[in-house]
Design a binder for this molecule. Structure first.
Ligand code: ADP
Ligand code: MG
Length: 755
């Protein structure tokens, strides 16, 4: 690593010339211009400067290669993972194998020996944290004994490996705390208590190399305008941006980095909320075709035909949707509600509203099975007369050529007012005559880009309604879907008997295994139907398995075979369905099950979403620990949809205390989807929650955690709302405007401008 050579390089364009202190109160307008001229560089250009303009070429190349850091701003936003102290040592016993670690430790002893099999020698250095030991090995570097003397402390970094049962670091990097360190006019106590930032490092860039590069950058950094409006920062006693950067990277005591972290964390939340609110404003400023229903129209005819009364939640949400549709800006709404709460019905009523003015609606489903089922139930609930007018049409990848041509023709002419499909609907040769509404069923299966593709299919931006049965905690919704309005259906239609859930822990109670099949046989004997869900199709294929699952899992093929041989189920009609069957076959099996011609359906998660068979009362989920919390909750929603009580058996061999088992227990413990969604988040790695938003890209979350920082996010949201309310374009907040533009990748910026 080049040392301070880079510090003395000419820092073209980075440091304001000497004597350019900002004039606080310009006495005359002309002076403002003078000030600006003497201060040619704004915050953006300082932070956007390539690292190679400040650091040596080799260093900046290493930072880019190892950590993807390209600009001064990237490096400064590479915050320490934690802080160590020279006085304290890092616990060695907990170091994870095969990972790059950075630790503070003390040299205990050094041994040099020659190798038996080949020429050369090995230096073995034992370091300690006071209790545990770790060996450092160096081949043919005997000169290191000069530095690594017993009693010396330092930071050591490397990949932990095991050799003959003893943990070691081979050829680690290290930086010793030499006496120089303590002689910079500080006493021993200060020296020992000064926090040492430990950075996320790689095998090629060590933590202290980052620390040094950042020090160089901080030394050259001019004044930085604070993106936070002064009032917002003052109210929360936040450090200004420049100070916070200094203190998070070069704290002199623990209080420094703590204050810096909370200031930067707030800034992060604030910028994120502002970006989402802006995105929402962009959508709202677009012009959509206003759609409303009128007396005697299609919606009224439909409502009159309905065999049941809308729940009050359906009525309420229906009004919210109708209001959006009637507006001149495109609707962009998320509708969340438990499985079976009647979301699809709300969506269908919205489609009828759009159809009244000749507009078309597209309903996008995650699977072919579900799309086909939607089409059938829509046709059924519309009745023959309305169906003839609206021509509900299916477009999926499984259609034959002739069928597909017919369907796409009906779509492009506008005859089909309701088009249901899978992502085949997104393909380029599907065109609409007048696409007014896009309904996306089960949001989490569709990426943002897919939503976007559909949005572009209208001549004007269509209204968008997203349905999800996975309730999203408020702060997550605000963080991930902050651009959407949210409606919630919190009640189920009356007359549902509910579901009972049990864990069947085969590890502790192997005999309960047989009880499952008896229980299913009893239901079948009573004229009911059952689902048996497996995580895999056959021993060589699995669908939707979790990474943390271990060992073999139940498969559809094997389970089908076993059930057909089971004497308890001798007279039951048992079939199987999974994602690898041709779509006609899948469809016909699902239909047969819906019609009661199949008693027990063995399936993968293809039945997860939306399948509606009120006569199905039992579900056994095999190896339930292999599914996610929300997946299990969705699956369970397939039973107990009629007037008979549902039973859900969550079968697992996972021992108590494992993550998989915890998920299963959580699902068995409650039917409340909101509670489960919260639990799910706690059990998952935070990174999975936000997907791409969390990892990679400049907008990824750095200090912010959506669960832990819920209050902070709410606070930041309010602050962002009030700033935008008084200054929608942020014209009076140039530093904020720049920070906001800077946090987006060009690609993201592009995306925002499209939506
Ligand atoms: P979701 O999409 O929320 O899972 P659906 O809209 O598919 O729920 O409704 C589930 C079932 O309940 C369907 O058979 C539907 O016809 C029926 N349903 C919807 N609303 C009501 C209601 N208000 N009263 C009784 N049944 C209803
Ligand atoms: Mg549904």
């Amino acid at each position: 690593m080049e040392k301070t050579a880079s510090r003395t390089r000419s820092l073209v364009g980075l440091v304001p010339e000497a004597g350019t202190e900002r004039l606080s109160e310009p006495a005359h307008p002309a002076m403002i211009r003078v000030t600006l001229q003497r201060y040619p560089l704004n915050v953006t250009s300082q932070l956007e400067a390539r690292l190679s303009t400040v650091l040596g070429g080799r260093t900046s190349a290493a930072l880019n290669r190892g950590l993807g850091l390209q600009t001064v701003g990237d490096l400064l936003a590479h915050y320490p993972r934690r802080y160590a102290h020279r006085g304290e040592l890092t616990a060695l016993a907990t170091l994870p194998l095969e990972e790059n670690v950075t630790m503070v430790a003390e040299v205990l002893g050094v041994k040099e020996r020659s190798m038996r099999s080949r020429k050369g020698n090995i230096l073995e250095v034992t370091i300690t944290d006071g209790s545990g030991l770790l060996t450092l090995t160096f081949f043919n570097q005997p000169w290191r004994v000069r530095d690594l003397k017993p009693g010396v402390r330092g930071i050591f970094a490397g990949k932990v490996s095991e050799y003959k049962g003893i943990r070691q670091l081979a050829h680690p990097d290290y930086e010793l705390f030499d006496e120089d360190d303590s002689l910079h006019g500080t006493d021993a106590k200060t020296w020992a208590s000064t926090p040492i930032p430990i950075y996320p490092a790689t095998s090629t860039v060590a933590s202290w190399q980052l620390q040094k590069s950042i020090a160089v950058v901080l030394d050259t950094l001019g004044d930085l305008a604070d993106p936070l409006p002064p009032g917002v920062a003052a109210q929360r006693h936040l450090l200004d941006f420049r100070t916070a950067l200094e203190k998070i990277h070069r704290p002199t005591e623990d209080a420094d980095w703590k204050a810096a972290r909370s200031s930067l964390r707030f800034q992060e939340a604030f910028l994120l909320q502002l970006a989402l609110l802006e995105q929402r404003a962009v959508i709202r400023s677009q012009e959509a075709t206003s759609r409303s229903s009128s007396p005697g129209g299609l919606l009224e005819q439909f409502d009159a035909r309905l065999e049941f009364k809308l729940t009050s939640a359906q009525t309420q949400v229906g009004l919210e949707v109708a209001k959006d549709l009637a507006g001149s800006a495109p609707m962009n709404r998320l509708l969340q509600g438990e499985v079976g709460s009647g979301k699809t019905l709300v969506a269908l009523r919205a489609m009828l509203t759009v159809a009244e003015s000749g507009g078309q609606s597209a309903l996008l489903a995650p699977t072919e099975v579900l799309a086909a089922q939607h089409l059938r139930s829509i046709a059924r609930i519309l009745g023959p007369e309305l169906s003839a007018k609206l021509r509900p049409t299916l477009i999926t990848g499984g259609l034959g050529v002739a069928e597909r041509r017919k369907a796409t023709l009906a779509t492009v002419t506008g005859d089909a007012r309701i088009v249901v499909g899978t992502h085949a609907l997104l393909s380029e040769n599907v065109e609409f005559f007048d696409l007014g509404l896009v309904v996306i069923d089960e949001q989490h299966r569709f990426g943002v880009e897919q939503r976007e593709k559909l949005r572009l299919k209208g001549t004007r931006p269509p209204h968008v309604l997203v349905l999800t049965a996975t309730p999203i905690p408020r702060t997550v919704a605000m963080t991930v879907f902050g651009d959407l309005e949210i409606s919630t259906i919190a009640e189920l239609p009356s007359g549902r008997a509910g579901i009972e859930s049990f864990v069947v822990p085969l590890a502790e109670k192997p005999s309960w295994g047989d009880r499952i099949w008896q229980r299913i046989a009893e239901e079948v004997a009573a004229g009911r139907q059952a689902f048996v869900v497996c995580p895999a199709i056959d021993p060589s294929h699995s669908e939707g398995e979790l990474e943390d699952a271990e060992g073999g899992s139940s498969t559809v093929v094997e389970t089908l075979e076993a059930l057909r041989k089971n004497p308890a189920l001798k007279s039951a009609r048992i079939e199987a369905v999974h994602g690898r069957l041709p779509s006609e076959e899948k469809d016909s099996i699902m239909r047969a099950f819906a019609e009661g011609a199949i008693d027990v359906l063995v399936a993968t998660t293809v039945i997860e979403v939306g399948v509606d068979v009120p006569n199905a009362t039992v579900m056994a989920v095999m190896d339930a620990d292999r599914f996610g919390v929300s997946q299990l909750h969705q699956l369970r929603g397939r039973v107990g949809r009629g007037s008979a009580k549902g039973l859900c058996l969550l079968v697992t061999s996972a021992p108590e205390g494992t993550l998989g088992r915890e998920r299963v227990e959580a699902v068995a413990a409650t039917l409340d989807g909101f509670e489960l969604a919260q639990k799910d988040l706690e059990l998952r790695k935070e990174g999975d929650v936000l997907g791409s938003l969390q990892s990679g890209g400049r907008s990824s979350l750095k200090l912010l955690r959506v669960i832990k920082d819920a209050d902070l996010i709410l606070d930041a949201r309010k602050a962002a709302e009030s700033v935008l309310a008084s200054d929608p374009k942020l014209a009076g907040h140039p530093a904020l405007r720049q920070a906001l533009d800077r946090r987006l990748d060009p690609e993201e910026r592009d995306f925002l401008s499209k939506s």
